[in-house]
Design a protein around this ligand. Structure first.
Ligand code: 9WN
Length: 417
């Protein structure tokens, strides 16, 4: 295997998906700047072009709202091929954005980019620090419940059609969404994408929240979907720890962030399903979602050290050829092809692997890294892969797959933040 060639290919993909200051996840299927994709892109760039990495971050934050929210898509310039575009979201600001957020990996990635070159990064870190804090405050003010972080739309989880949302979605009546033309299935095999019944509900929620004027208080009272996402709680807890580290480094006040960390650490307990795994909680019904998804394995990445998910992780890794599947293979709805209901995502493996490594589970972390390496080296820089045979799925020439090759999965990667 010519790994140098694959390294070069990864760098080429980041350059190729660069639209002048921001990187699209992949041409065609996702022609705009996505929040967490962009953070992974910046982290990837930081391995060979730290200036470009910071540029990505600053461009992302041009989309930040006055209330601190960092949207999940920034529509810098009009592009064809994606639905729902800026007209559907109807957010009255420039650049146009969507009206929801995404997993807050930014503080963690930014810390790493800063550490790649502190001399160059210092002024950028100072500029972005306040913006990061205001995004974190937005989560605390609007989304923290019993120490867990709520999402108001499945797209905010970044795991759109995960099993976690099935029960909450079934409670939404999709009538009235009308006709629309999905563009994703023009680019990718429909078997690999969410179903129409999911899309009807995705749109129903967007229309409702848009009619609330994207006002978080109104959405909290009347919203159709409100689930405490175990993935976001873990990711946010980790991000708060990294934010604290940055605050100390820059000599800023830390008491507020320390308070968030304490509340989140307590909140993690509320994600513990007595059936024996970390789970999301439907805040409208108070019920666990009863789904064991790959996000439950962010336990280590979050900095919690209970090893409570280790048994399930070892079992699942033995049940599939390539870990970690986005859904438990023993679940009756497990589907190795359909998006977040079974396939393996490289960047999810990265977060899980880094956490395992940090907490001393070196062998398991290495196993996961090698499996991810093989997936990419054998099949290419795809969006996701089948956990059963590694078949490539979704979009090709994918930004975050290239980024994690350079930062974690590839043989020349540092393998940590
Ligand atoms: C909706 C861009 C994004 C990722 C998400 C992934 C997918 C969008 C979609 O693509 O979601 O945001 O249209 O399917 O689920 O994690 O950020 O790569």
């Amino acid at each position: 295997m010519n790994f140098d060639k694959i390294d070069r290919e990864a760098r080429k993909i980041l350059r190729r998906n660069d639209r002048g200051g921001y990187t699209v996840p992949t041409a065609g299927l996702y022609p705009y700047q996505w929040n967490w994709d962009s953070c992974f892109a910046a982290w990837g760039f930081s391995t060979f072009d730290v200036k470009r990495a910071w540029f990505e971050i600053h461009t992302l934050f041009t989309g930040q709202w006055d209330n601190g929210m960092l949207p999940h898509i920034i529509f810098h310039k009009r592009a064809d091929g994606y639905f729902p575009g800026p007209d559907v979201w109807d957010v009255p600001r420039v650049p146009h954005t969507s009206g929801i957020s995404q997993p807050p990996v930014a503080a963690t990635m930014i810390r790493s980019i800063y550490e790649a070159d502190k001399r160059y990064g210092r002024v950028h870190m100072e500029l972005i620090y306040g913006r990061l804090v205001s995004w974190h405050r937005w989560f605390i003010k609007n989304r923290m419940e019993r120490g867990m972080i709520a999402i108001t739309h499945p797209w905010e989880s970044g795991r759109d059609n995960a099993r976690d949302w099935d029960k909450a979605m079934a409670n939404i009546d999709p009538t009235g969404v009308g006709e629309y033309h999905r563009r994703d299935t023009d680019h990718v095999d429909p078997e690999m994408r969410p179903k129409k019944e999911d899309y009807d509900r995705y749109l129903k929620i967007v229309y409702h929240n848009r009619d609330c004027g994207w006002n978080e208080e109104k959405i909290a009272k009347t919203g159709l979907f409100r689930v405490a996402d175990v993935g976001i709680t873990f990711i946010f807890l980790r991000a708060c720890r990294d934010l604290l580290h940055i605050a100390l480094e820059l000599d800023h006040e830390t008491a507020e962030i320390e308070g968030w960390i304490k509340d989140l650490e307590a909140g993690v307990e509320n994600h513990w399903n007595p059936k024996g795994f970390y789970d999301s909680v439907d805040l409208k019904t108070g019920e666990f979602t009863d789904s064991l998804s790959s996000a439950s394995f962010f336990e280590w990445y979050s900095g919690m050290s209970g090893d409570r998910m280790l048994g399930h992780l070892n079992r699942i890794l033995d049940e599939v050829k390539f870990g970690v599947p986005s859904n438990d293979p023993e679940d009756e709805h497990f589907n190795p092809k359909r998006y977040w209901r079974g396939p393996v995502w490289g960047m999810v493996n990265t977060l899980i692997g880094i956490g395992l490594d940090e907490q001393g589970h070196i062998k398991t972390a290495e196993r996961l890294r090698k499996e991810t390496q093989e997936l990419i080296a054998e099949h290419g820089f795809y969006e996701y892969f089948s956990p059963l045979d590694g078949a490539p799925e979704g979009g090709d020439v994918f930004t975050w797959t290239a980024a994690i090759w350079l930062t974690w999965a590839g043989p020349h990667a540092k393998g940590r933040f």
